[in-house]
Design a protein around this ligand. Structure first.
Ligand code: PMP
Length: 362
């Protein structure tokens, strides 16, 4: 039996054990093909079924209509920070960005290389400890799109509902909460998400683009950077991240078998509540870092102890008990428990038991 610990890493992150076991079983001989998926031509019939099957299952999970195209690309969410403005900003060459954390700032940095960026809202002055409210946003109705980050992996904030942006296409970096619940894709023009948190291993970026926006991609763009090219080739313009897409497909099947995204959402809410309730009831020993409770992330629970020394002691003792990856991002410190879709409720309960003991002893 493999020895598995509780992996609270922010990403690459824990995957469903059933998925890993199936991948293990199919490793040497994928369904009678005599080879593993990673050894297979991406143009073969067997692989085509894996690839189009993953797209079809994702459509089922999110009820994605034919007016949207699904792409599986490489380069991480970071490449999307550039591809989004390169493709979607023209011809007006201006876009709105809501800045809620480090990743949003990086998206802004790349967008500024392409055109004019209007910071429609930012909580940077408050060190991103909350999300801007709708009435704080200064949106430009003539903007090419509005970009926001649905879940701020580092700061532990998450949008409950999308910002309202009228008829301007809404663009979302959903890297760290994709598929944690069912969203209405029709509210979005464009969604992107790296696979390595809720969907699979690193190496693939999922993109969902409304078809009319493909017409914005200019022919002068470098070929790989052009969404229209990828859409016309069904993401097979070049060699796709074939093994990662295979695992993503298994994760989509795992979600469907679980009962879909409404079931997943309830599980995520239950798990997060166990942790937040304990933090809030700890008489100030543990403190959540997000100031507005409605902005708290279900995926990345960020908190602190009374001192940095205790933070360090906590992380060291927790690691000794098999709780890994609890250190907050190096840019903010503190603690962070990432409890993505695949993270088991039992692991959260056990962490709370550990937190109780630690509080008692310190
Ligand atoms: N956006 C968000 C919200 C993220 O959490 C991350 C990765 N932690 C990124 C973007 C960057 O993703 P990648 O490393 O795949 O480029």
């Amino acid at each position: 039996m493999a020895h598995r610990i509780y992996n609270f890493s922010a990403g690459p992150a824990i995957l469903p054990e059933d998925v890993l076991k199936q991948a293990q079983e199919e490793m040497l001989d994928y369904q009678g093909s005599g080879m593993s998926v990673m050894e297979m031509s991406h143009r073969s019939k067997t692989y085509d079924e894996i690839f189009t099957g993953a797209q079809a299952d994702l459509r089922k999970l999110l009820d994605i209509g034919d007016d949207y195209t699904i792409l599986f690309l490489q380069g991480g969410a970071n490449l999307q920070f550039s591809m989004v403005p390169l493709n979607l900003m023209p011809p007006k060459n201006k876009a709105d960005y809501i800045v809620t954390g480090s990743w949003a700032k990086k998206a802004v940095k790349e967008a500024k290389r392409v055109g004019a960026v209007n910071i429609a809202g930012s909580t940077e002055e408050e060190n991103f400890t909350r999300l801007p409210k709708q009435n704080e946003l200064k949106l430009d109705v003539d903007s090419s799109y509005v970009h926001f980050t649905s879940n701020n992996t580092i700061f532990g904030t998450q949008y409950n509902t999308e910002p309202e942006v009228g008829d301007v296409p809404l663009v979302c970096d959903a890297s760290s909460d994709m598929l944690h619940k069912k969203i209405d894709v029709n509210k979005y023009g464009f969604i992107y998400a790296g696979a390595q948190k809720n969907m699979g291993p690193a190496g693939c970026t999922l993109i969902i683009i409304r078809n009319d926006l493909l017409e914005r991609s200019n022919e002068t763009l470098h070929t790989y950077l052009n969404y229209k090219v990828h859409a016309e080739k069904n993401s097979l313009y070049n060699t796709p991240p074939s093994y990662t897409v295979y695992i993503m497909g298994l994760v989509y099947k795992w979600l469907l078998n679980l009962g879909g995204l409404d079931v997943m959402y309830q599980m995520n809410k239950d798990k997060a509540a166990i942790l937040y309730d304990y933090i809030d009831g700890s008489e100030g020993f543990y403190k959540g870092t997000v100031v507005n409770k409605e902005d708290r992330s279900l995926m990345n629970v960020t908190f602190r102890l009374p001192s940095e020394e205790l933070d360090k002691k906590f992380i060291a003792e927790a690691a000794g008990k098999g709780f890994s990856g609890l250190k907050g991002h190096r840019s903010v410190g503190g603690l962070r428990a990432s409890i993505y879709n695949a993270f088991p409720k039992k692991g959260v309960e056990d962490l709370v038991e550990f937190m109780k003991d630690f509080q008692k002893n310190n």
